[in-house]
Structures are given as C-alpha cells and as structure tokens.
Write a protein that binds this ligand. Structure first.
Ligand SMILES: [Zn+2]
Length: 717
C-alpha cells in the first residue's frame, strides 16, 4: 500500500478507510504518550510535531494507532441500535484519528527522509498494516451496518453529500470483498498481506539500485555538461567521500540532463543502462520475480470477487469506467506518436551524419541529438532558458497564479514557528485574499538528498472537511531540485518548472476543498491528475512570463523571441515523450488484462512492445522492474493511462480559457473551474462535474492539436 497516496491522491477503499479518520478524543486514548500519536497542538488548530520525530517511535505509534482505530470500529459494530447514517457512517468517518497522525510521520520517513533503519521498520510493519486494513474491510458486522444504510438509501435517498458518501463507502467495501464467504475472505486477507510485503520489497529494491549505481567521472570526462551540472556533480561526489571527482547519480534528475548534454557517448550508454536497469540486475535487488508474484496475487484476488481481470475490477469507479475505454484512447494516439518518432529519429540521424559521427541513433543518443535538433530547428538552448527560471521567482509565480484563480494569498511563516522535518523545508500560510480567512499551510521540501525518493509529488498532512471541524489544510510539495552550491541560484529546466506548477496544482486541489465528509476528499485516479496538469498551463501565460520569468542576474524579462521558441518547441520531441509514456501505460494495462500464468515479465515486456511496433530507439518511461507507480503499491496500477486521460481533459479545459474574453485570467471561467473541478473533490461524479464546467463532454481534438499530431478525421467537427 502506498501510504503517501492516502491523503486524497488515492481513492483506495482501504486507504480512505484508514485515511481520513478522525474522532472525538476519548478517555482511553489519552493513555499513550507517544508524541507521534498525540493530538497536534500549536497554531492553525494544531500542526504536526515534525521536531519530535524519531524512527524508533514509529513502530509503537503505528501499532497503537491501529489498535485504537479498531476500538473505534468496535464501538460502531457494538451499537445495539438499528444502523443509520448518523450512528454508523459518521463515526466511521471520524474513526482512527491517532493512526492518521502516526501515518503522517510514517509518510515523511518513507518519502522524504528514509534510512536503512526506517526501511527495516517499514518491512516489519507492512504486513501488519495490511492485516489491519483487512480487519476493517472484511469486518462482517461493520459491512452489515453499511449495507443496511446503503440499502435503505436506495429506497429513500439521503441528501446528495450523504448519498455520495454512502455510495462510495459501500462500493469500496464491496470491491474489497466484504461480501465474500468466510473462506474466501481469509484468502483475500492473506493475499493482501503478501502483496504489501512485495510492494515494499519492490520499491526498496529500486531505491537500493538508485543508491548503489553511482558513476564517478574525472575532470576530463565532463565534456558538454553545463556548469551547474558539473558543480552539483562535484558536490554529490564530495558527499560520497570522493572529493575531486564528479558523481552521476542514478536518478531521473541526474540521468536526464547527463544524457542530454554529455558528449561522452560511452558514459551516456553506462548512465542509460544503470538507470533503465534498476530492479533488473539479476541480483538480490532484482524485481522480476516480485512482479510475477504481484500479478498472480492480484489476479487471484479479483477472481474471488468474480472479475475477469484486475483492470476490469479497478476501473469500475474511474472516469474511464473500463479497460476498453482506456485502451481505446491510448490506441487512438499511439500511431500518431510512432509516426512522429520516425521523423524525429531521421532528423537526429541527419545531424549525427552531418557532424561526421559514424553512429546509428541508440536510446542513449536520443536526448543528446534531440537537444541538437532542438537548437538547430528551434534554435532553443535549454541552458539559456534556465537562466530565466529561478526557483524563488517560480515560487512567486505559483503564488500569483493561486491569487488570480483561487483568490489565495501566500505569506511565509516565521522560521521556527512551524516545525519542519528537515532544515530545507519552508512553510507559507495560505489565506483568502479578501476575507483573510486562513485556508491552510503550504510546506515546500525543494531539494534532492539521500533517502528522499526521486521525482516530485504532493501530499497533505491534513485535508479539509466540515465534519471534523473545518481545520486548515496542511498541504505539501516535494521536489528534487539539485541543491546549489552556497550562494548560487537554483535554475531549473522548463520541464522542471512545469512539474513545479503541476505539483502545486495538486496542492491547490487540496487547499480549495469544500466538502462535508472526509470520504469526499478521495481522488479519482484518472481525474485527479487533470487539475494539476491544467495548472501547468499558467507557466507560459503572459502575466507569469512578464513578472517572474526573469534573468537571475540581470532581472531582464525572458525575451519574446525565446518565449515564442519555447511555445513552438512544445510540440517538439512529442514523439519521444508520448511514446515513452504510452509504452508504459499500455504495458500497465496489458499486464493486468493478461492471464498472469502466461507472463514472464522480462519476455512479456519485450514481446508485447515488439507487437506494438515500439521503436528501438526508445524505452518505456518506466520499465517493468522499476515501475513503481504500478508495482510498489496499487495507487496507479492500471491507472498510468490516467495521465493521458487527464491530458485530454486538460487540453480541452485549457481551450475553454484560451477562448474566454479574459483568457487564462478570465474571472468567470476561473470561478467555474474552482466551483466544479477543484472544490468538490469527489463529492460530484467527475464526468458530471466536467460537463458542468465545459457545457459538454471532453473531446480528444485539443490534445492532438497541442501535441502537433493530426486530429483524427472522425473526431473532427
Ligand atoms: Zn500529479
């Protein structure tokens, strides 16, 4: 189970059951003195005591928290009165608040400040947590009461918020086998327990391979690398007791620029190999067997529930509704992406030939020559662009956008007034620009470091709902920018700047929540990336450009010409980007719609990609043995397509802004956006919410235009 996802990024039943729990403080509960379980105190109606975190407190906190949560559930099931929404669903929504607090710290340890010590704890707790989840999701007495409330609501509907809550909860329980007979239930729980161990093992293996494969370069092997990269590589080497050398670490933020700029083809191949072999090295950290086991167990589990395959089970409450709809969309885009790759490779080969390089383009050449083609065709120098993308300015750009669209104001809190888990973390107070009402806090953990997982993500430490007291939202963004040498600015690539906006979109989605019950905070996997992807669009609006995209030394606004080139270049390399993504998304769906007895991951990946005519110059964005979205938990399993699904909505919604009189700052469209697409979270069916915003269903046309692909004839209007 991916706990990081529990606070609103996931709609998982198990998770939402554990997740949003809250309850009245009870006598029995004041018995413990573990600070990780304690009620949050201090300003903002209480904030996490990150200054009191200790790894050795985690295990007892989680164990005690689970015990208290189960006691809350017992109280519900022991109620002699007839089940009602008030005596069953409301206490269920409030249950387990100590555990939720403990999981906040657990989440920080697993994502932000992991260590071998914590990983041991995690390994030990994973099966216990899974067993605990099963105890709730398989609780017959509890399900009986839920079903009674649900059945009654089918004849005599509740108010819309209450009805949505009971529908979601009932569906979650049913999807998780609450209706199974005793024997099947036992097996179901055993499978979950085994899976949770496999998930933890899977992600720890990937992390181990990220830490274990570092390439050290000598001074004369740095050809082509930008200064900023060299500086941080020197620092990374020094951090690893190799002063005087230059470390290329095995993470995306290190690999990607290296492959883009390094002239050392041999090292490019090595770096590429290390990165795309994570979890696939045939040693103790190899994940192939884990994948095989995971697929078998998932299949067996949904078979108990009467489904043909995992994907069918998983997608029933997604916006796509079933695997066919998701595959349909992907296969509509796939041929256009492949055709574009052919053009890209031929452009790159021409450049290589003209330079007299006697090579055929290989996967480790793609980024390098793409950058050259970009410079030649689009005359765009990514390094030049970076000079105008300074982290502090970009952060102000986020705040400006939030102010214009959400009416939020961000004010830095005084250092030390809000505890943080690492000295780099900064905190802002978020309030309403007009009323001054406090909306929440925003935590930013910007830099890469050992023990922090790679990539960027958003999470909440506390989500908003009316039932448990309308407390300020505690939202956080986490990135892996390379920490600059002292006194140097953090300059980021255009892609990373977009990602920064993206994750902030998730944070705004948390912060703008206006819902009655904790369950309504849950995200819908193929919908919840839409809000964040849409936010990326504000990076290239005139108002953001003119105010915040300024040269870090001269303060000069990024030149018009350069912006035009960036916009023109946005369709550049879409063959690569779309293909590497779709290959992963399609594989995800294939893995979960194929009989697992016929799957040997290594062969299956190779053969399926071959059937799809995967170009040999490109590899899946996430190859199977390190596809954490899919195999380190269930959050994105058969859900990776969701990014594309969300992209269709994004392009279509962006056109709504572009067509409005006020463009991206049109007040009317912005108000509709917040009202229908952000504030309700899962209180409204996503398809219905989108229709209210747009006046019609989403169409694929805008997406194809955005990527510079031809719009399919039968879709044209
Ligand atoms: Zn996202």
């Amino acid at each position: 189970m991916n706990l990081k996802l529990k606070k609103g990024l996931s709609i998982f039943a198990l998770v939402s059951i554990i997740g949003y729990a809250n309850g009245q403080e009870k006598e029995k509960k004041s018995m413990n003195n573990n600070p990780l379980l304690s009620e949050w105190t201090g300003p903002y109606k209480g904030i996490p005591a990150f200054d009191k975190m200790q790894v050795n407190l985690i295990k007892p906190a989680i164990r005690k928290g689970m015990e208290l949560h189960l006691a809350d559930i017992d109280e519900i099931t022991e109620n002699p009165e007839k089940p009602t929404f008030e005596n069953t669903i409301i206490p269920l929504e409030k249950a387990g608040k100590e555990l939720e607090r403990a999981f906040t710290y657990y989440g920080i340890y697993s994502s932000n400040v992991s260590s071998s010590e914590f990983r041991e704890v995690q390994k030990e707790l994973a099966p216990e947590i899974s067993e605990f989840s099963s105890k709730i999701s398989q609780n017959e007495q509890l399900f009986k009461r839920i079903k009674a409330v649900y059945d009654k609501s089918q004849e005599d509907p509740l108010d819309s918020a209450e009805q949505r809550v009971i529908d979601l909860i009932y569906e979650d329980f049913a999807m998780q086998g609450a209706d199974l007979n005793k024997e099947d239930k036992k097996r179901y729980a055993a499978i979950n327990k085994e899976l949770s161990g496999l998930y933890t093992n899977f992600s720890n293996n990937v992390l181990a391979d990220e830490e274990n494969y570092v390439i050290y370069l000598e001074k004369d092997q740095l050809g082509g690398l930008p200064d900023s990269y060299v500086k941080s590589a020197a620092q990374a080497a020094a951090d690893r007791d190799k002063k005087g050398k230059y470390a290329v670490t095995n993470t995306r933020s290190s690999m990607d620029p290296f492959l883009t700029y390094s002239k050392e083809r041999e090292f490019r191949e090595k770096v590429w190999n290390n990165y795309y072999s994570r979890g696939d090295n045939g040693d103790e950290y190899d994940n192939n067997e884990n994948v095989k086991q995971i697929l078998k167990l998932r299949d067996e589990r949904v078979e108990l529930l009467g489904y043909d395959n995992y994907a069918e089970w998983r997608l029933q409450n997604r916006m796509a509704k079933n695997p066919e709809n998701a595959m349909d969309l992907m296969m509509k885009v796939w041929p256009a992406a492949l055709a574009r790759v052919k053009e890209e490779v031929s452009d790159m080969q021409k450049v290589a030939n003209s330079e007299g390089a006697d090579i055929t383009i290989k996967p480790w050449d793609y980024r390098f020559y793409a950058e050259k083609v970009r410079k030649e065709k689009y005359d765009l120098d990514s390094e030049e662009v970076k000079q105008y993308l300074e982290l502090g300015n970009l952060t102000q750009a986020l705040f400006f956008t939030a102010g214009e669209i959400f009416n939020f104001e961000f004010t830095p809190v005084e250092q030390g007034s809000v505890p943080v888990f690492q000295e780099d973390v900064k905190v802002w107070e978020v309030s309403d620009k007009d009323s001054g009402k406090i909306i929440g806090l925003w935590y930013l953990d910007p830099y890469a470091r050992q023990g922090k997982r790679s990539g960027a993500w958003a999470t909440t430490y506390r989500s908003y709902n009316k039932l448990t007291g309308e407390k300020p939202v505690l939202a956080s963004n986490n990135s892996n920018f390379i920490e600059p040498a002292p006194g140097e600015p953090v300059l980021v690539s255009w892609d990373d700047a977009e990602t920064f906006f993206h994750e902030f979109g998730h944070a705004l989605h948390f912060l703008s929540a206006d819902i009655e019950y904790p369950t309504l905070n849950s995200g819908v996997r193929d919908y919840t990336e839409f809000q964040s992807q849409l936010l990326e669009r504000w990076l290239s609006t005139d108002k953001v450009i003119n105010q915040f995209l300024r040269h870090h030394e001269t303060n000069e606004v990024i030149p018009d010409e350069l912006v035009k080139k960036i916009k023109k270049a946005s369709t550049f390399n879409q063959g690569f980007a779309t293909t590497e993504f779709l290959a992963s998304a399609i594989m995800d769906m294939k893995y979960h719609t194929t009989d697992p007895d016929k799957i040997d991951p290594d062969t299956f990946e190779r053969e399926t990609l071959k059937e799809l005519n995967m170009p040999e110059e490109i590899v899946m964005r996430h190859r199977t043995p390190h596809f954490g979205h899919v195999f380190s938990g269930e959050g994105y399993a058969t859900g990776y397509y969701g990014y594309l699904w969300a992209d269709v909505l994004t392009s279509d919604a962006a056109e709504a802004f572009a067509e409005a009189p006020g463009g991206f700052y049109d007040k009317e469209v912005a108000a509709k956006l917040v009202k229908y697409l952000f504030a309700p979270r899962n209180a409204m069916d996503p398809a219905e919410a989108y229709k209210k915003f747009r006046g019609r269903d989403a169409k694929i046309d805008a997406l194809m235009r955005d990527r510079g692909f031809p719009v399919p004839e039968n879709d044209k209007e």
